[in-house]
Design a protein around this ligand. Structure first.
Ligand code: ATP
Ligand code: FE2
Length: 330
């Protein structure tokens, strides 16, 4: 019998529910993102969004998947990292459903799920992963039973830098796609801080400098172009080093910022120069959604990993490299 997993995601701005079967077929993937009319994401506001819309999103995911509730074998949920109120709301919903259906509950690491859905999507077995989102900027490779972080941001994440810059000039959240669009209009480059420290990166200086350019009257599209070229080149440099160091032959781009076509082109070129295969996760699987949680939950469950309701407290600071990846045999 093929196992069916319901995955529930709700670490930050988005609530999602997805149904995935053991053979890796995504039967449904429904989500909704909170887009405040002004300002950033407030944790309590986001958790209210999740509790108000969550049940309906889950119902829709079950309905469109074509499976009936009693065919669901496990309930997987995003246990961390993320915003405390959002995680707690999501966990409460997941526990309730697991109890009601009388099936195991699996706590999934959100960052690991971004990697595993990318591996399912690409067929890659052992990539260097470039994971870029609103909260994370990491180059990761599997080694010694864990997803090791080879490099990461020392201050703010790439997506957060884009969103914060966008917000300061009046763009609504999420600003990443709007910056990409504005950047595509020009190709005049203004110098911004290129800050690579060993394998790590820093984006806060770039944010300050970009705001300064804006106050000096430089055109928005030129600033967006310069931000993208600088920020993405920094990422290409560290991921190239990770690839050379680990001698792996696959590069996977995942996380919300993976939707960016310019970043994709830059990393694809880098991988090609090293004769490595490259894959950008399918855009509908790049941002936060339930299918990635459902799939990773399945992998964990098959390896014998589930949690009791009593032990299922959320882990807001759970790092990518803090989990033993017991389902991988490489
Ligand atoms: P995590 O918890 O993994 O850090 P997250 O909460 O940031 O995830 P994601 O959906 O993975 O959520 O990523 C959202 C980010 O992706 C936002 O910062 C958004 O601006 C960015 N983004 C989305 N589309 C694009 C794009 N086309 N170009 C650049 N950035 C983008
Ligand atoms: Fe995410």
């Amino acid at each position: 019998m093929t196992l069916i997993s319901l995955g529930i995601e709700g670490t930050a701005h988005s609530f999602g529910a997805g149904i995935v079967s053991e053979d890796g077929v995504i039967l449904s993937n429904v989500w909704d993102m909170l887009t405040p009319s002004e300002g950033g994401i407030h944790p309590r506001e986001a958790s209210r969004h999740h509790s108000e819309l969550g049940p309906q999103i889950i119902r829709e995911a079950i309905k469109t998947s074509g499976v009936s509730p009693n065919e669901i074998d496990i309930v997987s949920f995003s246990r961390g990292p993320g915003l405390g109120p959002c995680l707690r709301t999501t966990a409460t919903i997941a526990r309730t459903i697991a109890i009601k259906l009388n099936v195991p509950l699996v706590g999934v690491n959100h960052c690991v799920a971004h990697i595993e859905i990318g591996c399912l999507d690409s067929g890659f077995r052992d990539p260097v992963t470039v994971y870029v989102s609103g909260g994370n900027t990491q180059t990761i490779a599997f080694s010694g039973g864990r997803f090791r972080t080879f490099g990461e941001t020392l201050d703010i994440a790439l997506g957060n830098m884009l969103d914060t810059f966008g917000r300061s000039i009046g763009m609504r959240f999420p600003a990443g796609p709007k910056i990409e669009e504005a950047a595509s209009e020009v190709s005049d480059y203004y110098e911004l801080p290129y800050s690579v420290k060993g394998m790590d990166l820093s984006y806060s200086g770039m944010l300050t400098a970009a705001r300064r350019l804006h106050s000096e009257g430089v055109s928005l599209s030129s600033i967006c172009y310069s931000i993208q070229e600088t920020a993405f080149s920094m990422l290409a440099e560290v991921s190239e080093r990770a690839l050379a160091h680990t001698k792996k032959n696959e590069v996977l781009l995942t996380g919300g910022v993976a939707k960016n076509n310019r970043l994709t082109a830059i990393l694809e070129g880098m991988a090609k120069r090293h004769d490595a295969s490259f894959h950008r996760v399918t855009p509908t699987l790049a941002g936060d959604q339930g299918a990635m949680i459902a799939w990773t939950g399945l992998l964990q469950h098959r390896a014998g990993d589930s949690v009791t309701i009593n032990e299922s407290s959320v882990l807001p600071k759970w790092r990518t490299d803090e989990q033993d990846i017991i389902w991988r045999d490489i």
